[in-house]
Ligand binder design. Structure first.
Ligand SMILES: [Zn+2]
Length: 401
């Protein structure tokens, strides 16, 4: 770990590590449920110290961590494959497409990274229970890490979450409370719960270490890419924390002198859950009214990290686009057929987006383009069933064949 201060992304004020826990106390006074979070905190490290100690030949990534490694739970995760997908790229009209397959984390999504760091923080604070609201993946990740760490996970989840995700949470031993309502309702209820009953709240962006945890995917991409930032990274976006985390990774590495440019970040949203897309385009924030998409992981009405997500896209000189459910399902199938990767619909949205960008001037054919695959397809088999047909069975004879 390197010493750090938390900086408020709204007012810029700096805080010592244990002076604050969630949002900036000044700006959070203006926060009320049903708006994107204000006063989200970002860890600002002593980058000069990292620059002195970090060696590319023997990288010590704990220098970029906001929790001492002695508090880490016994839950190996990350180090997921990063590899070129030539056939997929060819099918989409691009020459240098790469995949970062974070669906291969132990609970099968990128969210393991954030849950891991928040549970490490709970160890440091000697906090026995951790509370979260989630569309499903963050909760199954938290349940898994808590199981490994001997902690209690308390989870508020929309009752519509895919069954496989609910099964995961319950199997890992979490206390699961399905909520008759949306992710946004679960988010609000979990905040009320921690205010009244205690426990460490892991809500995404609300706890600043969720951004720090998710940033490790960007650090890994950079290392696996021989310390070169890719030209472009396509990120599926729901509440905006993953894209905020990816941005933070490259921001930190640039500040520490490890890279000279930021990758352009492309924010991919589902057409009917696109609050951040519209915010980036118009500069004016509005909730997504009645979000509805097959990509449950990115179905959000009020994205908690909307402001930072917009900043990540604008400062990296990226852009945003939306895809329909049909495009997502076709992308899912193409990814499976051309790269052997079965991704959940949210992750497949990146493939759908790249397909839409064929021939556009916004991406060069030869640029290095990374698709961030955030979750495994087995988490939502019912979605994939919509595009395939399982053949009828036959008698076990060659004649029948
Ligand atoms: Zn503030």
């Amino acid at each position: 770990m390197t010493p750090f201060l938390y900086q408020c992304t709204t007012c810029g004020k700096l805080f010592r590590r244990d002076e604050v826990r969630y949002l900036c106390p000044d700006c959070a006074k203006d926060y009320r449920p049903r708006i994107p979070l204000v006063g989200v905190l970002l860890a600002q490290f002593d980058y000069a110290a990292i620059r002195k100690r970090f060696k590319k030949l023997h990288p010590d990534w704990s220098l970029f961590s906001a929790v001492e490694d002695k508090h880490y739970p016994p839950y190996p995760h990350g180090h997921t494959p990063f590899f070129p997908a030539a056939a997929l790229g060819h099918a989409l009209g691009f020459e240098n497409v790469w995949l970062k397959n974070d669906g291969l984390n132990p609970s099968a999504s990128l969210k393991d990274r954030a849950s891991f760091l928040v549970v490490a923080e709970a160890n440091r604070l000697k906090e026995p229970s951790i509370v979260t609201a989630s569309t499903g993946n963050a909760a199954s990740a938290l349940a898994a890490v808590c199981a490994a760490a001997g902690k209690q996970a308390i989870i508020f989840v929309p009752e519509s979450a895919p069954r496989a995700k609910l099964v995961q949470m319950v199997l890992y031993g979490a206390r699961v409370i399905p909520v008759r309502g949306s992710y946004d309702d679960a988010f609000r209820l979990s905040l009320e719960y921690t205010t009244r009953k205690g426990g460490l709240n892991r809500n995404t962006a609300y706890h600043p270490l969720t951004i720090e945890g998710k940033k490790t995917v960007g650090l890994e991409i950079c290392e696996q890419n021989r310390f070169q930032a890719p030209d472009v990274i396509l990120v599926p976006v729901g509440d905006g924390v993953i894209i905020g985390g990816v941005f933070k990774a490259f921001y930190d590495m640039k500040a520490a002198g490890l890279i000279t440019k930021l990758p352009r970040l492309v924010c991919v949203q589902a057409e009917r859950s696109a609050a951040i897309y519209h915010y980036i385009r118009s500069g004016k924030y509005q909730d997504a009214r009645r979000p509805k998409t097959i990509a449950d992981s990115i179905s959000v009405s009020i994205p908690s990290n909307a402001h930072l997500a917009r900043k990540a896209v604008l400062e990296s000189r990226g852009f945003s686009l939306t895809v329909t459910d049909q495009e997502i399902l076709r992308g899912q199938r193409l990814l499976a057929e051309k790269a052997g990767v079965f991704a959940e619909p949210a992750a497949a949205a990146t493939v759908a987006a790249l397909k839409k960008l064929r021939g556009s001037e916004r991406l060069g054919r030869k640029e290095q383009i990374v698709l961030l695959i955030t979750g495994h397809g087995l988490k939502d088999v019912e979605a994939a069933m919509k595009t395939i047909c399982i053949p009828a069975s036959i008698e076990p004879t060659l004649e029948a064949l």
